[in-house]
Ligand binder design. Structure first.
Ligand code: PEP
Ligand code: MN
Length: 343
């Protein structure tokens, strides 16, 4: 349930509403609406039956949230959320770019990649230190050693670090080095992991599961938010369909759906979404045109020698070309006031 306060409601009115909600054992969250404050009620709404909240001073109306996910829904939080990561705003006017290799392979590889990622104007360096691989015989990642190289790359370039956490035991070490914790597609419904990562105090980027519906994905985000963090970023990375030419089918319609259903920012990953480096640029541009808040892309100094996902990794040259086009497109969209989001 959300309680919409009158535009002239006083701080005291709001405090009374919060006290009443807490008095029946529920949690209240105050949010700034466009013109007025909104108080979100979290927990079993049956407990609200005993209070006449609509009759309280300063209350305009109350609305039940129809979705099974609440905190992640736009009904609960009508304004789009902007997640501020030490000055880098995800969900703001400019798309946020996250780029780097699939996996951290060596100190030299990640430092070299970080240099050209920084030069391109990106804000985040990506790179897996814990890799969820289909085969147990494939390279599994450098683990803590890889995290240390990522931290060194951050020190040298100022780029923020996003890296995947695959287990509950991995949360503490990853949280020590990462600016954003990434939950991969394979773990989207690992509810134990979602609850723990929601408690670690760091922003989380949740990738869409391989066969997850949008509703399941937003419910997964709800697990993280319900555990404590409000800073959740969604990432569309393609889903399984009958098509085998591409590794996955990049569902760009998910951007429009998520923007309608949720206030959370959404990033698109055209690398895992297609599995083919030639398709990254057209899909990246289409994602920006569709209203995505940013891109996550795999780049490698020498994709032919990459230990994982070389076929979907861009060379420095191709990546720079892509970034130039992304910059031009987003500048054009801003200058022309071209907002693809329809509320
Ligand atoms: C990744 O981004 O490193 C990754 C493994 O992607 P996904 O979880 O989308 O497969
Ligand atoms: Mn990869």
């Amino acid at each position: 349930m959300v309680i919409i306060m009158q535009p002239d409601a006083t701080e005291e009115n709001i405090a009374d509403v919060v006290k009443t909600i807490e008095g029946v054992g529920l949690e209240a969250k105050i949010m700034e609406g466009a013109q007025q404050k909104i108080v979100g009620v979290i927990g079993d709404k049956a407990k609200m039956a005993s209070v006449a909240i609509g009759a309280m001073a300063g209350v305009e109306s109350s609305v039940a949230i129809s979705k099974s996910y609440k905190l992640a829904s736009r009904e609960f939080h009508p304004q789009s959320s902007i997640i501020d990561i030490d000055g880098v705003k995800i969900g703001g006017a400019e798309p946020v770019i996250m780029a780097g290799p699939c996996a951290v392979e060596s100190r030299e590889q990640i430092l070299e990649t970080a240099e050209f990622v920084k030069k391109s104007g990106a804000q985040f360096l990506r790179g897996g230190a814990y890799k969820p691989r289909t085969s147990p015989y494939s390279f599994q990642g450098l683990e803590v050693e890889g995290l240390k190289y990522l931290a060194e790359a951050r020190e040298r370039t100022g780029l923020k670090i996003i890296t995947e956490v695959t287990t509950v035991e991995g949360i503490a070490p990853v949280a020590e080095y990462a600016d954003v914790m990434q939950i991969g597609a394979r773990n989207m419904q690992n509810f134990g992991l979602l609850k723990e990562v929601g408690r670690c105090g760091k922003p989380v980027m949740l990738k869409r599961g391989l066969s997850a519906t949008i509703d399941e994905w937003l419910n997964a985000a709800e697990y993280i938010m319900n555990a404590g963090t409000t800073d959740v970023i969604l990432c569309e990375r393609g889903i399984r369909t009958y098509e085998v030419y591409t590794r996955n089918t990049l569902d760009l319609s998910a951007v429009a759906a998520v923007k309608h259903l949720s206030h959370l920012p959404i990033i698109v990953d055209p690398s895992h979404g297609t599995g083919r480096w030639r398709m990254i640029k057209p899909m990246a541009l289409a994602a920006i045109a569709a209203g995505a808040d940013g891109l996550m892309m795999e780049v490698h100094p020498n994709p032919a020698k990459a230990m994982s996902d070389g076929s979907q990794s861009l060379t420095e040259e191709h990546y720079f070309d892509l970034m130039e086009s992304v910059r031009k497109l987003s500048k054009f969209m801003r200058e022309e006031n071209l907002n693809p989001i329809v509320h």
